[in-house]
Design a protein around this ligand. Sequence first.
Ligand code: HEC
Length: 139
Amino acid sequence: MKQFKSPILWLIIAITAVAIYALKPKPNTAGAGTPIVSVTVPTTLGANAKMGQGAFETHCAACHGVNAVGQVGIAPPLIHKIYEPSHHGDLSFARAAKFGVQAHHWPFGNMAPVDGITDNEIISIITYIRELQRANGIG
Ligand code: HEC
């Protein structure tokens, strides 16, 4: 094992390790978590929509972002033409929360069912999303 005492060998090992690390492909997470759209929250949110806002922040915002602006690499904005009532009716929101969603519009993967959410919370979240959509010219 004489050769392991050679400083040259250690140097080569060190350079190889640095090179392997430097050349290793890194996942492209540039921009992950940044909002996808900008959303204006109206001062006129109704009482039920305000409850929905709280429930949304508890159950949905970790992925869809506060005020449903979406997050790059994580989940889509819900204040978006794709989710206006004529394309994604209220039932599709209830279904998403209860049963999850198979990825089909975006490259973010599936949405798992949301644990521990009540029907009343879902109803108020839908009211909140629809009021936000209308205030931002959608639907
Ligand atoms: C763990 C992350 C995560 C959470 C938490 C989450 N979602 Fe999602 N959601 C996603 C992803 C990802 C998609 C995109 C699926 C696709 O590609 O169409 C999605 C899609 C949706 C859709 C579109 C459904 C369809 O039919 O296309 C709705 C509506 C939705 N989410 C509502 C909600 C609501 C309401 C909550 C909270 C109660 C919530 N999501 C919580 C990740 C999440």
